[in-house]
Design a protein around this ligand. Structure first.
Ligand SMILES: Cc1nc2ccc(C(=O)N[C@]34C[C@H]5C[C@H](C[C@H](C5)C3)C4)cc2n2c(-c3ccccc3Cl)nnc12
Ligand SMILES: [Mg+2]
Ligand SMILES: [Zn+2]
Length: 344
């Protein structure tokens, strides 16, 4: 549970305009983790308010405060998949809604906007810093619960979201008419499941077709494809920021991967190269990740929304930095370098 004074204090925060947090809070290049950690819950409240969601859906401020604090409590503290990631992903969703005018341009309606921001905040709830395949390999409780439908972690993240909404005084959707409530929960579920990169890869062809032919908001399939694309764009958004921030974020991802690899070795299994601190060469793996997954996402975003092209440009700039790093390391013939040291 969340203490009463914590809720009251957050509720009393005059979250006012988002400019209170930074004059560049609504800029693509703004790195949300630059804001001091204790102000993140207030910044989340301000985003809900600034998007007009509190007013539009009759959300009680104290309920929203309790909800955000419960969500923060619902995250563990692995190197990367902690509340700072959830807050950053929610912030990027806010940037897309704001800078691409997704509601104003009628690409999304208010309910989808509420669902997107809420799904981003909740999308990695109770993450343990290990992957879906690790759940199955380690025969975790989550695997026994969810492995038949796939996306083991993402189904758990959604289940945790529903638990929080069903906690007294935390249901920010309570004022929605029954039809909207059900629809919103369905969209949040689809959005959280969409953050499973395997699912994202399986719809890439459809996403490309949509980007080529143009987004048709009248088609339900297009709306769901857009939800998925927006979720992945938000989930990978650390890679769209300035070089030092995105490099630092990548370092935390590999800290999680390598500790999973260590556990897999202890279990007598062979980790993939990406998880194996002895074999991984991070610059090369990062170039692969950017080329195969991240860059196509922001390229699609750029072709659907011209205002998003600078995001794609920054991600390409980061790829060039990884390329330079790869060249320097391989020139120094540092193949045996402890791959993590490359960062320091
Ligand atoms: C910097 C960075 N690098 C990343 C490198 C690799 C992968 C990754 O999961 N690769 C794949 C590669 C194939 C096909 C599928 C399933 C598996 C086999 C594993 C995906 C993720 C990476 N990632 C994420 C991230 C985003 C969403 C969920 C989890 C994570 Cl960790 N966020 N930031 C980063
Ligand atoms: Mg996830
Ligand atoms: Zn995530």
């Amino acid at each position: 549970q969340v203490s009463r004074e914590e809720t009251d204090q957050l509720c009393a925060e005059n979250t006012g305009s988002v400019a209170r947090y930074s004059p560049s809070f609504t800029a693509w290049e703004y790195f949300p983790r630059d804001l001091e950690e204790r102000r993140w819950p207030a910044a989340v409240l301000a985003m809900y308010e600034d998007l007009g969601l509190v007013h539009r859906f009759g959300i009680e401020r104290s309920t929203l405060a309790r909800f955000v604090l419960m969500v923060r409590k619902g995250y563990r503290d692995p190197p990367y998949h902690n509340f700072s990631h959830a807050y950053s992903v929610a912030h990027f969703a806010y940037l897309m809604l704001k800078n691409l005018q997704l509601v104003e341009s009628r690409c999304l309606d208010d309910l989808e906007s509420l669902s997107l921001l809420t799904a981003c905040l909740c999308h990695d709830l109770d993450h343990r810093g290990t992957t879906n395949s690790f759940q199955v390999a380690s025969r975790s409780v989550l695997a026994s619960l969810y492995s038949s439908e796939g996306s083991v972690m993402e189904q758990h993240h959604f289940a945790q979201s529903v638990c929080i909404l069903n906690t007294d005084g935390c249901n920010i959707l309570s004022e929605l008419p029954p039809k909207d409530y059900t629809q919103c929960l369905d969209m949040v579920r689809g959005m959280i499941l969409a953050t499973d990169l395997s699912r994202h890869l399986s719809i890439m062809t459809e996403l490309e077709a949509m980007a080529t032919g143009g987004y048709r908001s009248c088609e339900p399939r297009h709306r769901r494809l857009l939800h998925s694309l927006l979720m992945t764009a938000a989930d990978l958004s650390d890679q769209t920021k300035r070089w030092l921030s995105s490099k630092k974020a990548a370092k935390l991802v590999y800290r999680e991967f390598f500790s999973q690899g260590d556990m897999e070795k202890q279990m007598g299994n062979d980790p993939s190269e990406m998880m194996d601190r002895e074999r991984a060469f991070i610059p090369k793996l990062q170039i692969q990740f950017l080329d195969d997954i991240a860059l196509p996402v922001y390229s699609l975003m750029g072709s659907l929304f011209p205002a998003c092209e600078e995001v794609y440009a920054q991600t390409k700039a980061n790829r060039r930095c990884w390329q330079r790093m790869a060249d320097i390391c391989s020139r120094r013939n540092a193949t045996n370098v402890q791959s993590i040291d490359v960062f320091d």
